[in-house]
Design a protein around this ligand. Structure first.
Ligand SMILES: O=C[C@H](O)COP(=O)(O)O
Length: 251
């Protein structure tokens, strides 16, 4: 049985005081980590304060990106070593916004996934197709290719610990959710891909999230699907009440 994992991705939103107030309102009200992993993925400048504010609670703090090198001349970047040192536990890799606007590639996502494990960070690896690709019936091939490239060279154990987020780009921030059946079909294909490139055991263990206009009103139906183990949520994770409803649904 895979443990549900609900992650709120704040993207480039909130001030530090808003972030701290969100953490204060939610950290003691999320389900225990025995039942659900409850995570917020926050901008880099908030990581230190929020890790400190949530210590000893079941609310975990994630970064939204990182570099794959440990240190060096990479102006403006943040290393996995720094994330580990800060007490961060998860990192989002290859979000479509980073692929589209910041030159993230399958190759850099793969390097980052390997680096994450070198620093005990759990990667949340994002994959998903554009509307044009869906309409051209390329979704399954594209997603399988993204998954295969992201996981290349990881050990079976590392793949078992990984989280893969399937986010159809056309459903992000648009209010258009994939139907739960459409979402599950692609998540099942992701799992089948993991079985074929790694192993059946890895496919059984890997957790697969759906992302794209998830909200309290539709999360139950999505989580009832056979291959959806959680959600990566943007807009509906920004308010404490809404985030708490989402993590409750994971129970
Ligand atoms: O990382 C989260 C996704 O991009 C989904 O965003 P959304 O829930 O605002 O559609």
């Amino acid at each position: 049985m895979r443990k549900p994992i609900i992650a709120g991705n704040w993207k480039m939103n909130k001030s530090l005081s808003e972030a701290k107030s969100f953490a204060a309102d939610t950290k003691n009200n999320v389900p225990t980590t025995d039942a659900v992993d409850s995570i917020i993925c926050v901008p880099f400048p908030f990581l230190h304060a929020l890790v400190e504010d949530t210590k000893g609670t079941d609310l975990k703090i994630a970064a939204q990106n990182m570099h794959f090198e440990e240190s060096g001349a990479f102006t403006g970047e943040v290393s996995p070593a720094v994330l580990k040192d800060l007490g961060v536990t998860y990192v989002v890799l290859g979000h479509s916004e980073r692929r589209e606007m910041f030159n993230e590639t399958d190759e850099s996502v793969n390097k980052k996934a390997k680096a994450a494990f070198n620093y005990d960070l759990t990667p949340i690896i994002c994959v998903g197709e554009t509307l044009e690709q869906r309409e051209a019936n390329q979704t399954m091939d594209l997603v399988a290719d993204q998954v295969t490239k992201a996981l290349d060279g990881l050990t079976e154990d590392q793949v078992k610990q990984s989280v893969i987020a399937y986010e159809p780009i056309w459903a992000i921030g648009t209010g258009k959710t994939a139907t739960s059946e459409q979402a599950n079909d692609v998540c099942a294909h992701v799992r089948k891909t993991v079985a074929s490139v790694v192993s059946n055991d890895a496919a059984e263990a890997v957790r697969i999230q759906y992302g794209g206009s998830v909200k309290p009103a539709n999360i139950d139906e999505l989580l009832q699907q056979s291959d959806i183990d959680g959600a990566l949520v943007g807009g509906a994770s920004l308010e404490a009440d809404s985030f708490l409803k989402l993590v409750e649904a994971g129970k």
